[in-house]
Design a protein around this ligand. Structure first.
Ligand code: SAM
Length: 498
């Protein structure tokens, strides 16, 4: 018999919202028909619930157009004029369905008796949304089934009978039963088991487990955390705001680690005066910590020429620029994308920051980026983003191992450029928002080797606030959502010695 890890299988799954209009008695306040009566929904009847319709449209756009869920959903919600509970329900349905997609597809395939690839995309996405409601929310089964059949009738005429049959089959077994059926046995194949239970592709779980020293119990804790929507963090810009005062102002809580961090309890950041006035910006606490670590590393002699080699959209430049104002330093911010370079410009208004829209690998070839000329350099390298999967529900299924070779080549080249740009005695911080060892340890050692300059590793742990737990043996640092409540940021600090 197959088994899943029953102890904690879905504590990490999405929370189970009642959804607007649904009482604890299980009655659907909008559509009380019992699907078991077999009464067919009326032909051509559009889906009655705008939240579900918004979620369906967002999920379809993600799969049809490669859209980003957060961007497309916010457009759809705006277009439909959805706010408050409806918008929250649509968001939960969209994000939850996209996160759990791999497992939902296994369940649909089993119930339908065919691969999901052989189901028409509109019917397939409507079924995914329906199965998510059935198994992962407190939406009553009859409402999930009826609404899904109505939706399929509207988006895939002719497939409503099929959808009705699949939804009825799925509704006959609770989530635990489905997981037992579709998840491989943990003892026989722990990674495959964790993949189904905690909704991550196997290659990503393997890379997390490797970075966690092979500890699968801890890996499971990370996967659970990855399925939770992250709290919004603000960065109180030094010299412009104080984190304690800002926390009072926005009804938030001062961060546990970064002296600049405030955790929001709710509210829309863009409507906050502190954001509008440039006293703070939205930034994960982990990003604040690694940017501040670059500026905490000791350097001998001159310390007023700083370089941010991959600056867009300007989150870390915003913090570095604010600190530069107080320390009499100047920041050069390089960004290859013109659009993102403009965002850096906006994010650093009033700061001693010069933005250069160019390729960071032009060090030594462009007069604005001479070799051996900067005291501190940040390389916040383009990466797979596997450390911020909490924020982008579709990313885990969209990313592929084939993304790694071109990215790691670019990362190495940018690190080599940074090591050439820094003066002897200066420091380079190499940062990724990915814990994949190929993007972290391998890139750092290979980049350092190929740069042709001599470097020492600086122990990055004392560059973070005292008392931070779980930083490992050094000299590099890997932050983790389940240990630190941050994105999984990696930091290596190198000092150029020749
Ligand atoms: C991880 S993001 C940086 C995030 C940024 N530091 C922040 O905190 O907001 C990486 C950035 O590097 C840029 N990039 C990619 N290739 C580059 C290159 N060759 N030179 C400079 N920037 C590059 C990307 O456009 C992207 O904006």
């Amino acid at each position: 018999m197959t088994e899943h890890r029953a102890s904690r299988p879905h504590s990490g799954g999405p929370r189970r919202p009642a959804g607007p209009g649904y009482g604890r008695d299980g009655r659907d306040g909008r559509d009380g028909r019992d699907f078991r009566s077999g009464r067919a929904p009326r032909a051509g009847r559009p889906p009655s619930d705008p939240a579900r319709q918004a979620a369906y449209e967002a999920i379809a756009a993600v799969h049809r157009d490669d859209a980003y869920a957060n961007l497309v959903l916010s457009e759809i919600l705006g277009g439909m004029g959805l706010h408050g509970r409806d918008a929250a329900f649509a968001t939960e349905l969209t994000y939850g369905t996209l996160r759990a997609l791999g497992t939902i597809d296994l369940i649909i395939a089993d119930a339908a008796g065919r691969e999901v690839a052989r189901i028409d995309p509109p019917a397939r996405d409507a079924l995914r949304l329906g199965v998510y409601q059935l198994l992962y929310t407190r939406v009553p089964a009859h409402a999930a089934v009826n609404q899904t059949v109505d939706l399929v009738r509207a988006v895939a005429p002719g497939a409503s009978g099929f959808a009705n049959a699949v939804m009825r089959t799925v509704s006959e077994t609770p989530l635990d039963g489905w997981l037992t059926k579709v998840a491989p046995d943990y003892e026989a194949d722990p990674i495959a088991n964790l993949s189904v239970i905690h909704h991550h592709p196997q290659w990503i779980i393997r890379s997390f487990a490797e970075a966690l020293g092979g500890d699968l119990e801890e890996t499971a804790r990370l996967l659970i955390e990855d399925n939770q929507p992250p709290a919004v963090h603000l960065c109180a810009r030094p010299g412009r705001a104080d984190a304690i005062d800002l926390a009072d102002e926005v009804d938030g809580v001062p961060g546990a680690f970064s002296p600049y961090a405030v955790y929001l309890n709710g509210g829309a950041p863009r409507e906050m005066a502190a954001i509008r006035e440039g006293r703070a910006h939205v930034q994960d606490e982990g990003s604040q910590l690694v940017a501040a670590a670059l500026l905490a590393a000791p350097v001998e002699g001159r310390d007023n020429r700083w370089l941010d080699l991959c600056a867009g959209p300007g989150g870390k430049t915003g913090l570095i620029g604010a600190i530069a104002s107080g320390r009499g330093a100047e920041v050069t911010a390089v960004e290859v994308s013109e659009h993102r370079a403009r965002l850096v410009d906006q994010a650093t208004e009033g700061m001693p920051v010069t933005v250069l829209p160019m390729d960071g690998r032009s060090v030594g070839r462009d007069p604005d980026l001479p070799e051996e000329s900067f005291d501190r350099v940040l390389v916040d390298a383009p990466c797979t983003g596997l450390g911020s999967l909490r924020r982008r529900p579709e990313a885990r299924w969209r990313r592929q191992p084939a993304d790694l070779p071109p990215l790691t080549k670019l990362q190495r080249e940018l690190l080599v450029a940074a090591l050439r740009a820094v003066r002897p005695g200066g420091v380079v911080a190499y940062v990724t928002c990915s814990p994949h060892m190929v993007e972290t340890q391998v890139t750092v050692s290979e980049g350092a080797r190929r740069s042709g300059v001599e470097v020492d590793f600086v122990d990055a742990r004392p560059l973070l606030p005292p008392g931070m737990p779980g930083l490992g043996p050094g000299p590099t640092v890997q932050l983790w959502p389940h240990r630190h409540g941050t994105d999984a940021m990696f930091l290596a600090v190198l000092r150029r010695t020749s």
